[in-house]
Write a protein that binds this ligand. Sequence first.
Ligand SMILES: Nc1ncnc2c1ncn2[C@@H]1O[C@H](COP(=O)(O)OP(=O)(O)OP(=O)(O)O)[C@@H](O)[C@H]1O
Ligand SMILES: [Mg+2]
Length: 255
Amino acid sequence: MDRIGIDIGATLTKVVEDSKLYRLATGEPLDTVRKIVGERDIDLRLTGCMALELPDRIGRATAIKIPEFEALAIGARVLSSMDDGVLATVGTGTSVIRISDGEHLGGTGIGCGTLLGLSKLLLNVRDADAVSRMAEVGDARKVNLLVGDICPLPPGHLLSDVTASNFAKPLKNGEFTRNDVAAGLYSLVGESVATLAAFLSKKAGFGFVLYAGGGMVDPVLKSVIERTTQFWGLRPVALPEPLFVGAIGAYSKEN
Ligand SMILES: Nc1ncnc2c1ncn2[C@@H]1O[C@H](COP(=O)(O)OP(=O)(O)OP(=O)(O)O)[C@@H](O)[C@H]1O
Ligand SMILES: [Mg+2]
């Protein structure tokens, strides 16, 4: 029997079928799943926060619902070839789990949804690619207060460029561009999620953090997350196919 794994997140629905990957844009989850399934009698596995609301019977298929953290843990083990470690999934929000058993270690409401919501409010830019391009040429140091700005340190000191307070610099002077604000948003989100993930992974005894989720598809956010993880002394490991970890886990779960 054919098999399909579908991860229905707060923003995107991700589909894995016959080892092929598809990403579907936002849409009403039940309609989306109905269209994918059609009249096929298939082995249908659903995961993600929005999966719980769907009926068990869709067309001729009976859906198996797999808890999101279990699916993410299986997917991370498949994609990393590791048995254990800590995974941070940077999606609309961020969750941090242990991949050996899917234990939820923590999380934060800060994620890609925060980045796009704030970019709409502050910059009137709603498109993820557009704000990413702005951030790439912007300079977060123009909006962030740095340790070097508030503590007398010798020039070139290692900590000079470390963020002391995200977005606090406009209170002191107003020299910044829209691109700098975009870069500041990336630093706010990337530094926050990577700091949480690094400390949860350190506490669990690991020297690395696995990362996945739509945020890791954005090269600017990925770079902030990797830099911040290294700053805390851990090795960032970006999983391949970062959007599809949950869908791959649902697809791969043994019966
Ligand atoms: N190039 C990209 N492709 C897809 N999504 C991207 C990209 N860059 C950034 N994103 C962001 O990633 C987010 C979607 O990621 P993901 O699918 O992992 O989240 P989700 O599963 O919908 O949310 P959650 O897991 O929090 O319920 C969106 O907010 C989207 O804007
Ligand atoms: Mg998700």
